[in-house]
Ligand binder design. Structure first.
Ligand SMILES: C[S@@+](CC[C@H](N)C(=O)[O-])C[C@H]1O[C@@H](n2cnc3c(N)ncnc32)[C@H](O)[C@@H]1O
Length: 425
């Protein structure tokens, strides 16, 4: 199934010109807005270890701490986060927008990052071949004229054992913004092409309308006060496609890629969408659900939860990877067979002062213990001697698939890095 083309204004944006339009759009509205704080771990190997665990690699070997990394379409600050997470890696970050790269460069200089190279370029024009162990591309290819062309470039840039972290729009999250974009586009007919400021002013006027049940009120009062780049990114995108799990899987397949597993991200985490697993209580539904492939199981999330389903944010690998893809259930089962110890590192931060400079701030112990009582019990019991299966059994914790999946994600992955594996069972 093809991705849904939500908002391409064919009259003014021909396919060849989309990169140019995006470069101007993100030049005018660099994304995201100013970052007030960059956190990183004192232990330079910590995040690589957690990334490997998220992939189900309990040996922590798949993505080396000295990886070659590409952040494709990095915007204003993603490259900084990646370079801080992987201090021993060589990070190349590219974007179409000079202005976004300049913002990133200023921060990188203030932080003294020596492992980051910034490049102004389009993914569509680059020709990296099997150069990177890890490629990060979030919120980018769905703004391109041909997302499949951009994705094929990312696939080609991966080493055979490499991993791509990809986020594209979830179709069910985009109904409201895409409708609003279309309404603005109709209302602005006759205006100067590529007059993004005029378009934004029109969008803001529309947001002011007190129309009960209509989109402006659904978008909420907060957006009225939001910075220009956030409003523009949501409401006046020149080009956007969106997907569901099946159409993303088809896109990936056409580009020589396979989806590995969901990637827990700050947005889903912040909104409490912590697992893709659905807790069917009906035994017949449970039995049928258990028999599905990962793609079909995940596809049920957007179909049943619509706008409350998770972001389409996944790890992928090349189809010719030397690593055999492990279904999510197999990763969860292997988690149960591991022994873990509690992690304990120091987290440091740079915070932005009034002059816009980043200065080192306080350090703190990291991570804090898990807040949920059942996770805390597992964490307390992790002694490096007993397997998770033994710990679950000893404490009467259910080993139902949804519970195990949730525990793995909320204890052993980059956003919830509470445990590190000690065995390679
Ligand atoms: C919504 S922002 C996402 C930024 C960043 N990836 C993040 O998640 O914070 C999209 C970015 O992709 C860039 N972009 C879009 N198409 C691109 C392309 N073909 N090549 C390089 N950058 C591109 C834009 O300039 C913009 O900075």
């Amino acid at each position: 199934m093809q991705g849904l083309q939500q908002a391409v204004d064919h009259a003014r944006v021909g396919a060849q010109r989309v990169d140019d339009v995006n470069s101007r759009f993100y030049g005018r509205f660099p994304f995201p807005t100013t970052c007030m704080r960059f956190d990183y771990c004192a232990d330079g190997a910590f995040d690589a270890m957690m990334l490997n665990q998220a992939l189900g690699d309990w040996t922590h070997a798949r993505i080396p701490r000295t990886a070659d990394i590409w952040v494709a379409g990095c915007g204003t600050n993603q490259a900084i986060f990646v370079a801080l997470r992987f201090p021993e890696a060589r990070v190349i970050a590219s974007d179409l927008s000079r202005e976004s790269l300049d913002i990133c460069d200023r921060a990188a200089r203030q932080l003294g990052l020596s492992n980051l190279t910034l490049e102004q370029n389009s993914i569509n024009r680059l020709a990296y071949h099997q150069r990177f162990d890890y490629v990060v591309c979030t919120g980018v290819i769905h703004h391109n004229a041909e997302p499949a062309g951009a994705l094929a470039k990312l696939a080609d840039a991966l080493r055979p054992a490499g991993v791509l972290e990809l986020m594209v729009y979830n179709r069910y999250h985009r109904v409201v913004p895409a409708s609003f974009q279309s309404a603005v586009r109709i209302l602005r007919q006759g205006a100067e092409p590529l007059d993004f400021d005029g378009e934004l002013a029109l969008a803001r006027r529309l947001l002011e309308m007190p129309m009960e049940h209509a989109l402006p009120s659904r978008l909420g009062t907060t957006l009225k006060e939001a910075p220009a780049s956030s409003v523009a990114d949501l409401l006046i995108q020149p080009v956007e496609f969106s997907y569901d799990v099946e159409s993303l899987d088809a896109l990936a397949d056409a580009c020589g890629l396979t989806i590995l597993t969901p990637c827990m991200n700050t947005i889903d985490h912040g909104q409490g969408r912590l697992t893709w697993a659905i807790d069917f209580t009906d035994p017949e539904l449970q039995r049928r659900y258990a028999a599905l492939t990962d793609i079909h199981r995940w596809q049920l999330q957007p179909l049943l939860f619509l706008e409350h389903s998770p972001m389409l944010w996944f790890y992928l690998q090349r189809k010719d990877s030397s690593y055999v893809r492990q279904p999510e259930r197999v990763i969860d089962e292997s988690f149960l067979d591991q022994r873990f110890v509690q992690t304990n590192t120091i987290r440091k931060a740079y915070t932005r002062d009034r002059e816009g400079r980043y200065a080192p701030a306080r350090s703190f112990k990291y991570p804090s213990p898990p807040a949920e009582p059942a996770l805390r019990t597992i964490w307390d019991a992790a002694d490096g001697k007993r397997t998770m299966r033994e710990i679950f059994g000893a404490h009467g914790i259910s080993s139902a698939p949804v519970t195990v999946n949730r525990a793995r994600i909320l204890l052993t992955t980059p956003l919830a890095p509470h445990l590190s594996a000690t065995t390679h069972a």
